[in-house]
Design a protein around this ligand. Structure first.
Ligand SMILES: C[S@@+](CC[C@H](N)C(=O)[O-])C[C@H]1O[C@@H](n2cnc3c(N)ncnc32)[C@H](O)[C@@H]1O
Length: 348
């Protein structure tokens, strides 16, 4: 543990990407800057560092998620820094991450509510308050009914910052569930197609244009205008995309089959695997979403607290290049296996 690896020596000839480095990320990142000219080269960073939980995470034959201070099981990593020492540890790493981040890059820091708000203040200083984008709430578990004099905690947080405000963003949509589709598209036509109808008018009166005029003798309701010009409305009707109510009110038909899915909001329910390959392993689908939204194929994604390599694995599946760093030999072993890497792509 705590070996310092000079990646300049490790990967003299090879590229820095698609590698996993074993060592203290502070030293590895310094080396990336000094020996490999990686300043401004990373497109996306996700980290899930220790949370100042004062826990030792270990594995045993039966459980891979043990939090223990007792002897037994193999220690995966220790999360024992507290208070100012912890914040200084995070701050030093975030400063180097900022140096490595590209102008169009962004960074996600997964943390919980004990230190998260202090980390946010540090991130505001390093990345700029104006570049703060979201604090995502990640629902991590089912409600617990422990007795305590406060509300139950079912979430952790993910702080999301842009490097410059010009960050990559892909507006990902998630398909609606069958239950959501049934609720939203209640009507079924004679072809068995699920649909709903929406108004053909929108708020605001048009002063002189055709969208303020009667169409088929019907004026838009007071304070509203037709969403489209009469010629467009005629075409919609011709194509069978308008439903007329009994009292002659036209509404546009929207089919369930054309639903593009929902925009992702800032509350994400993605619980971690029940049988993790490493303690505190994060949910793959959650990482997949963050990577798809904030990077493009060919981009470099870095996780310098990579643990079992969840971020790197998703990045690789999505055609991104990856850089992983961890100082735990167990993390390196699990990640190397998971990604099918040659064991000499890490080092100890
Ligand atoms: C919460 S775990 C990450 C879990 C990971 N997200 C996953 O899905 O498996 C935090 C990781 O940070 C690593 N770590 C802690 N301090 C480090 C340091 N200074 N340099 C590199 N890795 C470190 C630990 O070894 C541990 O694997």
């Amino acid at each position: 543990m705590n070996e310092i690896v000079d990646i300049g020596l490790l990967t003299n000839a090879g590229p820095v990407e698609d590698q996993v480095y074993h060592g203290d990320n502070l030293e590895v990142m310094k080396s990336m800057l000094i020996h490999h000219d990686m300043r401004g080269k990373i497109d996306l960073m996700y980290i899930d560092p220790p949370y100042a939980s004062d826990n030792v995470f270990s594995t045993s034959d039966t459980r891979n998620n043990t939090i223990s201070r007792k002897k037994g099981g193999e220690v995966a990593y220790e999360d024992v820094l507290k208070g100012d020492d912890y914040l200084a540890f995070i701050q030093h790493r975030l400063l180097l991450m900022k140096e490595l981040l590209s102008d169009t890059g962004s960074v996600y820091v997964h943390i919980d509510n004990s230190m998260g708000h202090h980390v946010k203040v540090i991130m505001d200083e390093i990345f700029g308050m104006n570049n703060f984008l979201n604090d995502l709430s990640r629902i991590k578990c089912n409600p617990k009914n422990f007795r305590q004099k406060s509300f139950g905690n079912v979430k952790d947080i993910i702080l999301y910052y842009s490097s410059s405000g010009e960050h990559t963003w892909n507006d990902l949509k998630v398909p609606k569930t069958a239950a959501q589709i049934e609720k939203l598209y209640k009507k079924i036509n004679d072809k068995g197609q699920r649909y709903t109808t929406v108004p053909l008018h929108a708020p605001g009166e048009t002063q002189n244009g055709p969208t303020g005029q009667p169409w088929r003798g019907v004026l838009p309701p007071e304070g509203r205008h037709w969403r489209s010009e009469p010629a467009v409305l005629e075409k919609l009707d011709e194509d069978g995309l308008i439903e007329w109510s009994k009292n002659g009110n036209p509404r546009k038909i929207k089919f369930a089959k054309d639903d593009e899915g929902s925009r992702i909001q800032d509350i994400l329910e993605y619980k971690d695997p029940q049988k993790p390959s490493y303690p505190t392993e994060k949910n793959n689908s959650l990482l997949s979403i963050l990577i798809q939204c904030s990077s493009n194929p060919g981009d470099i994604v870095m996780d310098c607290f990579c643990g079992s390599g969840s971020t790197l694995n998703e990045a690789s599946k999505l055609g991104r290049k990856f850089i992983g760093i961890d100082q735990s030999p167990m993390a390196i072993e699990v990640t190397t296996k998971r990604l099918g890497l040659n064991s000499n792509s890490s080092s100890n």
